[in-house]
Design a protein. Structure first.
Length: 641
């Protein structure tokens, strides 16, 4: 049953301008967050609140206009994930000395638009016919339904954005305290490490993803840094540089960087392949039923129900088929071989559609925030690298970079397809017109595509990326991009530590079996393998504040259950906490980008430092605890009243 049966203006000038502006802002913020933490979060919910609050300032506004505006806005976040997971690898590998504006924009825009087109044949099958829940879509619908009330919720995002921005300014700019509390010690021939990143954004990420995912990421890091690394250290001597034994902390990070993080690579590979295998039947069914539905619908001269009108299928198929030409030209730049370029272009279209279908299905199953796009992309890069190795040989200069380009286009397509399907589900419930939402998703994608290259350039020049020779002390870890670079180069150079990758795959297989056991027992706790593998791959310091955020979220849920609260009260309380967390992420991320400007202009990473030596981590620890209490207090505020 649709909430709106009459005709309301959907695409308006003010709604479109607002959506484009928010798409750019959210794309920049999520680019920083993903490079900093290795995780991104869906922007649909905060975007819906922000557009609702701003559009309420105008005399004429409606729920469908708001839905289209948030559709444009959320595309920026999704596209940023597709870009940062892959394309920085080209700089890390030194294939590019800097980010090429034209290539970044073309790859992002082209992949994103393909992602929208790939989902059109699937819309009826996954939204109208299937019983997928699309949890984040339903949350967006509930927010938009609150109408006037939701407009006042913008204050939670605004307040937390300002406070988190100031927090980041004090730690990352003025250097009043250190941003990480960590230490390591060599004990009995091995070493022990512990660390925690003092980031409000990471705390908020943990709150948003919940305790289940937060625990799995933490356990992955725990197994790596407190088990795998000490075991490796026990079988080697502490390195000596210039006659001096390196500190235990540097030793621990060296073992992680050169050895044990590849256990996470193996876990992600098996996780991406398992995702594809597990969803093969639903995807095949969805494609068949979707195409059959379009044959029935387009056999008529007109479609009377506007809420069933998509972009015409014939134009979708024509564009997808025609896209082989620009893809061929794109790959020709990297491999300079007509046969190989044509093969890779056709392969990309086929695999791109398949992986976009997987992403669309997963958005309906678990939401965009938990969509395993990075795992699918890693599997894509590995397969592309092996295919190119067979076609070009191990001495091919452009092979690793071509594999990254394949992964980049597919990752952008998959990210946008999941976001688009999520938005279309909300539109289906509200009574929006599908072709208008699909068109506006493309508008949001193109708006974000034109700004991502400058954002990446700014971040690279200011902070550098881990794994690159120019990396600074506060370098962004860019875990997925480093992973893509390691896999593609390792395949061609024969330097991939396959023994550790195989160990990671074995660990991943055990996690998959454990998750299957939990599923049979109908357990509310699950163990998606990609979350554990990501924990293995990330620096341990990142997983600690994520765990704290997950614990805060769980404490609130327990309070709600014990008090047997009405659903409306619980939903309102959790929404306020979610918006506060979204503001913490946005504020810190945007301040990180703003701080990059004086660093790039001056060429000094400490240009804003107030003291020559920071006061240690304790001010940050205390303030982070205050953020955790703030999240708890806001999420329980409605309950207490």
């Amino acid at each position: 049953m649709k909430l709106t049966e009459g005709t309301l203006p959907e695409i308006t000038i003010k709604g479109t301008i607002l959506g484009i502006a928010l798409s750019i802002i959210l794309a920049a913020a999520n680019a920083y967050l993903g490079l900093f933490a290795g995780m991104t979060v869906s922007a649909s919910i905060p975007a819906s609140v922000m557009t609702m609050g701003i559009l309420k300032l105008f005399k004429k506004n409606n729920i469908l206009e708001n839905n289209v505006s948030q559709t444009i806005a959320s595309a920026g976040e999704a596209l940023a994930a597709g870009v940062i997971f892959t394309l920085p690898a080209l700089v890390i590998m030194d294939y590019w000395s800097e980010f090429n504006y034209v290539w970044i924009t073309v790859i992002a825009a082209f992949g994103g638009v393909l992602g929208v087109l790939f989902t059109i044949p699937l819309r009826r099958a996954l939204i109208t016919d299937d019983k997928l829940k699309f949890p984040e879509s339903i949350a967006v619908v509930e927010i938009l339904k609150t109408g006037q009330k939701a407009g006042s919720d913008v204050k939670y995002i605004a307040q937390s954005s300002i406070v988190a921005g100031l927090f980041k300014l004090c730690s990352g700019g003025l250097a009043l305290w250190t941003g990480v509390a960590e230490g390591a010690k060599a004990i009995g021939g091995t070493l022990v490490y512990f660390g925690a990143n003092l980031s409000a954004a990471l705390l908020a990420v943990g709150y948003i993803v919940g305790l289940n995912i937060a625990v799995l990421v933490f356990l992955g890091g725990l197994c790596n840094w407190l088990i795998a690394i000490p075991i490796c250290a026990a079988f080697q001597s502490q390195p000596v540089v210039d006659g001096q034994v390196i500190p235990a902390l540097a030793w621990a990070k060296q073992i992680w960087s050169q050895q044990t993080r590849y256990i996470g690579v193996g876990g992600m590979l098996i996780g991406g392949l398992w995702t594809i295998v597990r969803l093969r039947q639903p995807i095949v069914h969805g494609v068949k039923s979707g195409l059959n539905a379009y044959r029935r619908v387009e056999g008529r001269e007109t479609i009377s129900d506007r809420q069933e009108r998509d972009i015409p299928m014939k134009w979708v198929l024509i564009f997808i088929a025609a896209s082989v030409v620009p893809l061929f030209l794109l790959y020709q730049v990297f491999v300079a071989n007509i046969g190989i370029s044509l093969t890779m272009a056709i392969t990309m279209i086929i695999t791109g559609f398949m992986f976009s279908a997987v992403a669309a299905y997963m958005a309906g199953l678990v939401g965009s925030s938990n969509n395993p796009i990075s795992g699918v992309t890693i599997a894509t890069v590995l397969v592309a690298a092996l295919l190119l190795l067979a076609l070009m040989g191990s001495g091919a200069k452009g092979g690793p970079s071509a594999a990254i380009i394949v992964g980049g286009v597919i990752c952008c397509a998959a990210a946008i397809s999941g976001d688009n399907m999520q938005d279309l589900k909300a539109g289906y419930v509200l009574g929006s017109t599908p072709w208008k939402m699909q068109t506006m998703e493309m508008v949001g994608t193109l708006a974000a595509a034109v700004v991502l290259a400058p954002v990446l350039t700014l971040l690279f020049k200011a902070y550098g990326f881990a794994g690159h020779s120019s990396a600074k002390a506060n370098a962004l870890i860019a875990p997925q991009a480093n992973l893509m670079a390691s896999v593609s180069k390792g395949v061609f150079e024969g330097q991939l530590p396959w023994s550790l990758v195989i160990i990671g795959a074995a660990v991943g297989a055990m996690v998959i079996l454990f998750d299957a056991w939990l599923e049979r027992r109908k357990s509310s706790f699950r163990s998606p393998v990609l979350a554990v593998a990501l924990g293995f791959y990330l620096p341990f310091e990142v997983s600690v504040p994520i765990l704290v955020g997950g614990i805060v979220h769980q404490i609130i849920l327990v309070h709600h259950r014990r008090r047997n609260l009405a659903a409306e009260v619980k939903d309102t309380s959790m929404r306020h906490g979610l918006l506060l967390a979204s503001g913490l992420i946005t504020g810190e991320a945007l301040m990180g980008i703003f701080l990059a400007v004086p660093i790039v202009v001056s060429g000094k990473s400490d240009i804003l430092a107030f003291f020559s030596e920071p006061f240690g981590p304790w001010p940050g620890v205390i303030l982070l605890a205050a953020f955790a209490y703030w999240l708890y207090h806001v999420s329980m505020g409605k309950v207490k009243s």
